[in-house]
Design a protein around this ligand. Structure first.
Ligand SMILES: *[C@@H]1O[C@H](CO)[C@@H](O)[C@H](O)[C@H]1NC(C)=O
Ligand SMILES: *[C@@H]1O[C@H](CO)[C@@H](O)[C@H](O)[C@H]1NC(C)=O
Ligand SMILES: *[C@@H]1O[C@H](CO)[C@@H](O)[C@H](O)[C@H]1NC(C)=O
Ligand SMILES: *[C@@H]1O[C@H](CO)[C@@H](O)[C@H](O)[C@H]1NC(C)=O
Ligand SMILES: *[C@@H]1O[C@H](CO)[C@@H](O)[C@H](O)[C@H]1NC(C)=O
Ligand SMILES: *[C@@H]1O[C@H](CO)[C@@H](O)[C@H](O)[C@H]1NC(C)=O
Ligand SMILES: *[C@@H]1O[C@H](CO)[C@@H](O)[C@H](O)[C@H]1NC(C)=O
Ligand SMILES: *[C@@H]1O[C@H](CO)[C@@H](O)[C@H](O)[C@H]1NC(C)=O
Ligand SMILES: *[C@@H]1O[C@H](CO)[C@@H](O)[C@H](O)[C@H]1NC(C)=O
Ligand SMILES: *[C@@H]1O[C@H](CO)[C@@H](O)[C@H](O)[C@H]1NC(C)=O
Ligand SMILES: *[C@@H]1O[C@H](CO)[C@@H](O)[C@H](O)[C@H]1NC(C)=O
Ligand SMILES: *[C@@H]1O[C@H](CO)[C@@H](O)[C@H](O)[C@H]1NC(C)=O
Length: 817
């Protein structure tokens, strides 16, 4: 009987799989048209014709099969769409791919032609569309990976020829709905020492940097890239750059969007949506030559621009009014011709300057490099080519130094040539300072040691008396006054299994960053929400329960209440009170439900979230940074009061990374602050950023990173543009338009606070307690600055570089008019 069922099932399955619609390979004379698609062996990718919404243009492309909305990673006929008809893709006997429209007019051809007896077309599991020789599957006649579009998939490479300067890089779309060749190009510039750049037309927009053996020199956090094997290969004929994933379970890729931003996406934990890992340019300092010549840009400083040591602003007035265009000049001229007394100052932790006019030699070491530099009067600096194994190779700069950025971690040493007097000036000072610091440190250490010994002795005596050795470590974390710990119930696994119907799929409420959530009903009739932690941290049961207790002690009307926990058989479960109205995203992003939330209610929700955050950040004894704040983590009770959930979990699972630097970036696509996304650095201000995103989403009823307006601007960018154009009310959600009459000042205030919270620099963002005062109208609002991830247009206030063709001296700084 059982077997029969299986048979029937198999039969049905085969019957209903639309085998005529999805193909694995195509032979010559066959074609793909209409809704037929080619799928890769294991079904990761799919290729076929598609349209954008509201467009008659048809394209043949490749996309991730399982993920919606469709993520197109490659398009064959991006510049020659099939208009007003349906296209056909044919494979000819000669192995050429052609796309024709329904009248038979050829729109696109792969232009390859071989005498292969049996060419076949196949979509590989890595997203590469290939024409192979069937009798010899290793020989590839044509492949889409040789013709990158706007997306770099793992295994794909961008290449530049050293012979004739031709390059194949990524080219942006015109806008998010129009894949034709756009303005921006991401490729390797082979002038001088090769470096990866983004250009806008002929203008250098962002210089990602040269390769230092581990990463591109502008890469902000190498740690975030641990799961990629990035390779930069220089041969005699070409330079190429690409990456592979080290862990097959991750899915990650990056693209250049129509605004010239490089964005790296990874599949989220629930494997349904994309999370943004990185957006570049991440800050103003990434814009090419932002601070002018001979200066350095430090995004963590204010103002961001500073002259390199030994240099002074060319025009003091302009510099102090923050116009950096003219850059800096030497305070003291180099003394090259006469006595050759110049020396070098080490600049630590830098993104190396523009190498497009640099000279390099792999086999020279750093000392020879220095001598080499001293021998040539126009040499102004040097560095190692490769920083691995203590460094090797020699890279030399001439004349002006351009586009230096201070990196907060990583970065490289770079030696600047200065006159001898500057050297004394600097080292003299440094030596004195150093000596002072050293003496100070030694004294401090001695005192601390003595103190430590004394305290230790006293304490041991006390403890021996009371026998409380073990309790101390936990209790020390806790403010002594608030010591009445709640003892939370620890549930039996069987109770929870019963309550949730054995974690039945029908009971599943959703999937959070830390695991799925199920609805349950205890035997006494109480509704509960059970979070099943999917994390496999090696944390022992005791530590886990201690941490959970600490969370349970955080109680506030705007926090979801933790009722208990369960730890048994490798299961770690958290039991929360059940929220009848689900979460904020359930309402504001739904076309019909959003009308249930009128302005007063939304405003109350915003204020409630703020109060909950103030409690977490400032008033609770633990000072919790949430790190994954988003609309789906804002739950709503029967009165639509907001309650923050998932707080403390990052800490519970991975410990209190008190330094605020982490390799594990949790957080979600669209809500994560730039310093956290690019450097793994988090603080209460990262939560403030997420809060700002929530405000703007709540006002507009649109998701930040899924904002589908034109021009690829996300919601933050759009809000900023509306703000600058003095039309912020255009942001607001349709159901709120009626409220404008009565609540306009309040709405405007919220837009402004939202923008203040998402400013690029963490220091500029208000604290949560300031944000509350602002929301209540008890504090005047400063003017917001540009939000993070806003695409800065190059040349805004800085020098603009122009790339000339191939072998000319490549970059000239246009002095501003
Ligand atoms: C494409 O293939 C179809 C069916 O195999 C055929 O009818 C058509 O003539 C082909 N077109 C070209 C341009 O090869
Ligand atoms: C494909 O298109 C045909 C006709 O255009 C239609 O009948 C069929 O349902 C479509 N199949 C799918 C899977 O969309
Ligand atoms: C497809 O999946 C199977 C089973 O998971 C695996 O063994 C095989 O290596 C995969 N093939 C490719 C090309 O990834
Ligand atoms: C397609 O249709 C649009 C409007 O219907 C028309 O403007 C356009 O010229 C047509 N294009 C072609 C190639 O027929
Ligand atoms: C193929 O060649 C034609 C004519 O030389 C050219 O217009 C077209 O752009 C080429 N197609 C590709 C994909 O290179
Ligand atoms: C295809 O493979 C066969 C067998 O290896 C070989 O004889 C033939 O030359 C190959 N054709 C091409 C175009 O590579
Ligand atoms: C990275 O890729 C290169 C070239 O494919 C290979 O030699 C190297 O072993 C890889 N490194 C790691 C860590 O897998
Ligand atoms: C990833 O998958 C490929 C092919 O499916 C396999 O060759 C490779 O060894 C796998 N790598 C790891 C790290 O599992
Ligand atoms: C260079 O040498 C000249 C004499 O040859 C001397 O007058 C001058 O002070 C020296 N300059 C420096 C910077 O040592
Ligand atoms: C690099 O330096 C070595 C040792 O000084 C020299 O032999 C070699 O010719 C240099 N290479 C280039 C390209 O200048
Ligand atoms: C110094 O380097 C520049 C740039 O490479 C070169 O043009 C010039 O000839 C060199 N001067 C000397 C004295 O080597
Ligand atoms: C900065 O100074 C340059 C002249 O050096 C001028 O052309 C430019 O407009 C100034 N930029 C701003 C923002 O004032």
């Amino acid at each position: 009987m059982e077997n029969f069922k299986v048979l029937v099932y198999c039969f049905l399955l085969f019957h209903f799989i639309p085998t005529f619609n999805t193909l694995e390979t195509i032979l010559p004379g066959h074609s793909i048209k209409g809704n037929e698609t080619l799928i890769s062996t294991n079904g990761t990718f799919e290729a076929g014709f598609f349209n954008f919404d509201n467009s008659n243009n048809q394209y043949f492309g490749i996309w991730y099969k399982e993920i919606s909305p469709r993520t197109v990673v490659w398009i064959a006929n991006r510049d020659s769409a099939v208009e007003n008809s349906s296209g056909v893709l044919n494979l000819t006997d000669k192995g050429t791919l052609v796309i024709v429209d329904s009248q038979g007019v050829m729109k696109w051809s792969s232009n390859t032609s071989t005498t292969a007896a049996k060419p076949i077309l196949q979509l590989l599991e890595n997203g590469n569309l290939v024409v192979k020789n069937e009798t010899n599957p290793d020989s590839i006649l044509w492949q889409s990976f040789d013709f990158p579009g706007d997306t770099l998939l793992p295994g794909m490479r961008i290449r530049s020829s050293l012979v004739n300067g031709d390059y194949k890089g990524l080219v942006s779309w015109r806008d998010s709905q129009d894949p034709s060749t756009g303005l921006y190009s991401y490729h390797i510039d082979t002038n001088g020492f090769p470096q990866v750049v983004t250009t806008k037309g002929n203008t250098l927009f962002v210089r990602v940097g040269s390769w230092n053996g581990n990463s591109l020199s502008g890469a902000t956090s190498v740690d975030l890239y641990k799961s990629f094997n990035i390779t930069f290969v220089i041969t005699e004929k070409e330079v190429s750059y690409g990456y592979e994933l080290l862990d097959n379970s991750t899915v990650s890729w990056y693209k250049i969007n129509s605004l010239g931003q490089i964005t790296r996406f990874s599949l989220s934990d629930d494997r349904k949506t994309w999370q943004i890992f990185f957006v570049g340019p991440a800050d103003r300092c990434d814009n090419y030559g932002f601070c002018g010549a001979n200066s350095k840009c430090d995004p963590d400083k204010s103002p961001v621009c500073e002259c390199l040591d030994g240099f002074i602003p060319k025009s003091k007035e302009k510099w102090s009014s923050q116009n950096w265009t003219d850059g800096c000049v030497r305070r003291v001229k180099l003394d090259c011709d006469d006595n050759n007394s110049d020396g070098f100052l080490n600049q630590v932790g830098m993104k190396l300057p523009d190498t497009s006019k640099s000279w390099f030699n792999k086999s020279i070491n750093l000392e020879e490099c220095e001598r080499f530099c001293l021998r040539n009067c126009s040499c102004t600096g040097y560095a190692n080519l490769d920083i691995r194994d203590g460094g090797s190779g020699c890279l030399i700069w001439f004349n002006d130094i351009l586009d230096v950025k201070k990196l907060s971690n990583g970065g490289q040493d770079f030696y600047m040539r200065v006159a001898a007097s500057e050297l004394d000036h600097n080292t003299g000072l440094n030596k004195k300072k150093l000596a002072g610091i050293l003496v100070g440190c030694i004294m401090f250490i001695v005192i601390m040691i003595i103190l430590g010994i004394v305290i230790h002795r006293v304490r041991r005596k006390k403890l021996e008396k009371s026998g409380m050795n073990q309790v101390v470590s936990l209790k020390n974390q806790i403010d002594k006054k608030e010591n009445e710990d709640i003892d939370i119930p620890i549930y039996d696994l069987s109770t929870i299994v019963n309550a949730t119907n054995n974690f039945s799929i029908d009971n599943k409420l959703g999937q959070g960053g830390f695991g799925p959530v199920y609805k349950g009903k205890l035997e006494n009739g109480q509704d509960i929400a059970v979070k099943r932690l999917s994390n496999t941290s090696e944390q022992g049961p005791k530590e886990f329960i201690n941490e959970v207790k600490l969370i349970a002690n955080l109680q506030h009307r705007n926090l979801v209440k933790l009722l208990g926990c369960c730890i048994q058989n490798h299961e770690k479960l958290l039991i929360y009170e059940f929220m009848i109205n689900r979460s904020l995203d359930y309402f504001i992003f739904d076309q019909t439900r959003k009308s249930l939330l009128h302005w007063t209610r939304r405003f109350q929700i915003i204020r409630g979230i703020a109060r909950g955050l103030v409690y977490l950040h400032e008033d609770s004894r633990l000072r919790i940074i949430h790190r994954d704040l988003k609309t789906s983590n804002i739950l709503l009770d029967e009165n639509m009061n907001p309650k923050i959930s998932d707080f403390g979990l990052a800490r519970t699972l991975w410990g209190d990374e008190a330094k605020g630097e982490t390799r594990r970036v949790v957080g979600t696509h669209g809500y994560i602050s730039p310093e956290y996304a690019t450097r793994g650095f988090f603080s209460v201000k990262s939560d403030v950023f997420s809060f700002g995103v929530i405000i703007l989403e709540t006002i507009s009823g649109k998701k930040n990173r899924e904002y589908s307006g034109y021009h690829d601007l996300d919601l933050l960018g759009h809000a900023w543009r509306m703000w600058c154009e003095k039309t912020p009310l255009e942001l607001i959600d349709k159901p709120l338009t009626d409220s404008i009459v009565v609540a306009e000042p309040e709405i405007l205030r919220c837009v402004q606070i939202g923008l203040l919270c998402v400013q690029e620099r963490a220091d500029d963002r208000p604290t949560m307690s300031a944000a509350i005062l602002m929301l209540n109208g008890e504090k005047t609002l400063p003017e917001p600055k540009e939000p993070a991830f806003y695409p800065h247009q190059s040349g805004s206030s800085s020098g603009t570089a122009v790339l000339h063709s191939k072998n000319e001296v490549s970059i000239t700084l246009l002095q501003a008019r």
